[in-house]
Design a binder for this molecule. Structure first.
Ligand code: SAM
Length: 275
């Protein structure tokens, strides 16, 4: 780097698998700062080693406590300090929000060095509408909280993006099939790595596939937006039948109305007939 870096906080994105995705500017900043704040010094130490950078590392996450944050803010007020996470873009389901908020409140310069984020890579690979999307972090682990989260987002007219882990994939797909019936899903796995895969289809087909091909590695789920109101009564009947398997007619009608845009009263009447 030609000129020394000015004091401040430098948010630096790092690769999510393929080390070739580290930007040159990001690497120059990591070389030029006074210290690198990171989640795990072993993981960041490996990246720095790969880049041939010897650098002071300070462990930091948003639960680190006020004292750790104060220390970093005091340093960033006087010298350049980088913030990285284990992989991808800091603050995106990773630490940094409180640090950035406080730095800005104190007039400390904040700069962001862009790079990979698994959510965006998955969205671009999914083949699902990319004009409007909502990133919602990790789905909750508990069944009721997961169902509530999906239900609360069901009517949002946007593609939904979630982070997931392999052991929870089947439960997540099952919940999506029940709560967002009729919506296509993409399972994006091991992005930018040797065994990268993005499989898009109906949740039931994906569940069947992964029952015989147990998923490994890191996963992003991308869910298609709610469809146009369906005019085919057969489609609505199929959705109602699926919803009635686990719900009362009023709830089934409300759910199908939410995902299809059809009239809830008419769906309720039909649900009573089908029950
Ligand atoms: N800040 C990171 C980013 O910008 O992508 C995300 C951090 S979050 C703690 C980790 C989650 O991101 C994983 O559980 C997975 O859902 C997703 N993820 C990260 N790397 C991935 C990859 N190479 N392929 C698929 N998903 C990935």
């Amino acid at each position: 780097m030609d000129a020394p870096l000015a004091p401040g906080l430098y948010i630096v994105a790092t690769p999510i698998g393929n080390l070739g995705d580290m930007s040159r500017r990001g690497a120059e900043v990591l070389r030029g700062v006074a210290a690198v704040a990171c989640e795990d010094t072993r993981i960041t130490g490996k990246l720095l080693g790969h880049l041939g950078i010897k650098q002071r590392m300070i462990r930091y996450d948003d639960h680190a406590g006020d004292a750790a944050r104060e220390g970093l803010l005091a340093l960033a007020a006087q010298q350049p300090v980088a913030l990285v996470s284990d992989a991808g873009t800091p603050l995106i389901s990773d630490p940094g929000f409180k640090l950035v908020r406080e730095a800005k409140a104190r007039g400390i310069a904040v700069t962001s060095l862009p790079g990979a984020s698994a959510a965006v890579v998955a969205l671009t690979l999914s083949g699902l509408p990319s004009d409007r999307f909502l990133f919602a972090g990790f789905l909750p682990n508990k069944a009721k909280a997961r169902a509530d989260t999906l239900g609360a987002l069901a009517a949002i007219p946007a593609t939904l993006v979630f982070y997931e882990t392999a052991p929870r994939l089947e439960a997540a797909l099952t919940a999506i099939a029940q709560i967002l019936p009729g919506r296509e899903v993409a399972v994006a796995r091991e992005l930018t790595k040797k065994f990268e895969e993005c499989r898009t289809g109906a949740p039931d087909a994906l569940i069947a596939h992964y029952a015989t091909h147990p998923p490994k590695g890191e996963i992003v789920l991308v869910i298609a937006p709610p469809g146009e109101p369906t005019t085919d009564p057969g489609d609505a009947d199929a959705l109602l039948r699926a919803a009635l398997a686990t719900r009362k007619p009023s709830q089934a009608a409300a759910e199908v109305a939410r995902t299809t845009g059809l009239d809830r009263k008419a769906l309720y009447a039909r649900a009573l007939e089908l029950k």
